[in-house]
Structures are given as structure tokens and as C-alpha cells.
Write a protein that binds this ligand. Structure first.
Ligand code: HEC
Length: 149
């Protein structure tokens, strides 16, 4: 008791210092909590970003929609002059894929070829190359199909 009184007299144990100590404790705890929370949020965010990145990667590496491409070739009458592996009036898609192998802009080039109607030679005669029907996504899918042969 005497000791406590002494300590109290010395001001170690008076109300105000306890309050200060209490507040310091609380702020330390909340500081630690905040770090923890922000770390949790950060890791959740990181995980979400990683998942999104993986999904994007998977999407870009995703197999072409072959059925849709085949239907589009039919619809645009490409089949009249092209097939997967036999040359008709036009080169086989396999040949086209070989020609563009390893070229980063191959898809863009085919997209242009299929949307701008370039003049080509069909059996020795100048002819405007057929334009692909369908929207951008469909034509891109056609290009990806051809390049994946
Ligand atoms: C009348 C016949 C004919 C039709 C129809 C036709 N093509 Fe072609 N296509 C050709 C010929 C011929 C070439 C070769 C042109 C050249 O090399 O100069 C060619 C070239 C291509 C190429 C290669 C282009 C390159 O840069 O090497 C692709 C890809 C292609 N055609 C896709 C298609 C698609 C898809 C369709 C349908 C929208 C289509 N073609 C319709 C005759 C045709």
C-alpha cells in the first residue's frame, strides 16, 4: 500500500498517466490492426488481380471457337476456295498458318485481309478477295482458327 501510494505520489499511477498509457495501447493495437487489415485487403486485391490475370491469360490462350469459325466460313462462302488442308483456288488454311508462323501481327494481317477486300489473283485473274461477314469478334475468331491450323 505504501509503495502504491508512493508511486501514486510520484505520478506513475495517477489517473492521467493511466489514461495516456491506455490511449497509447489502443492506438498501438488499432495501428497493428490497421496494418493487418490493409495487408488482408492487399492480399485479397493481389489474389483478385492474379485470378484476373490468369483468366485473361487463359482467355487469350483459349482455343478458338472452331464451330463458330466453320459456320462463319460457310456463311461467307470461304469454303468455295479454302479448306483446312487442301489447296483449292485459294491456299489451305494450313499453308496460311505456316506462312504466318511466329509473326506477332499475323492475326491483324489476316483481319485486314478479311475485311478490306484486297485484290488477289484467283486462277490467274485479278479478283477482289471476299470480305468476311460477321462482326469483329467473328472475323478475329476466323483469323485465329486459320492461324491455329
Ligand atoms: C474466289 C475464291 C476465294 C474466296 C471466296 C475466298 N478466298 Fe481467301 N484467298 C483466295 C486466294 C486465291 C488467295 C491467295 C491470295 C494471294 O496469295 O495473293 C486467298 C488468300 C486468303 C488468305 C491468306 C491471306 C494472306 O495474307 O496470305 C486467307 C487467310 C484467306 N484467303 C481467307 C479467306 C476467308 C476467311 C474467306 C471467306 C471470307 C476467303 N478467304 C474467301 C481465294 C478466295
Amino acid at each position: 500500500m505504501i509503495h502504491i501510494k508512493k508511486i501514486a505520489r510520484h505520478g506513475y499511477f495517477d489517473g492521467s498517466s493511466i489514461a495516456v498509457w491506455y490511449i497509447k495501447c489502443l492506438s498501438t493495437i488499432s495501428f497493428l490492426l490497421r496494418i493487418h487489415m490493409s495487408n488482408t485487403k492487399f492480399s485479397v486485391l493481389l489474389r483478385a488481380l492474379m485470378v484476373a490475370g490468369l483468366a485473361l491469360g487463359a482467355m487469350s490462350a483459349q482455343a478458338v471457337d472452331e464451330a463458330a469459325a466453320k459456320a462463319a466460313f460457310k456463311d461467307s462462302k470461304c469454303t468455295k476456295c479454302h479448306s483446312d488442308d487442301k489447296d483449292k483456288s485459294g491456299p489451305s488454311y494450313k499453308k496460311v498458318a505456316e506462312k504466318y508462323k511466329g509473326q506477332a501481327d499475323a492475326e491483324a494481317k489476316l483481319f485486314t485481309h478479311l475485311t478490306t477486300g484486297p485484290t488477289i489473283k484467283v486462277d490467274g485473274e485479278d479478283e477482289v478477295h471476299a470480305k468476311a461477314k460477321g462482326d469483329e469478334a467473328s472475323v478475329k475468331n476466323m483469323a485465329q482458327y486459320i492461324l491455329s491450323r
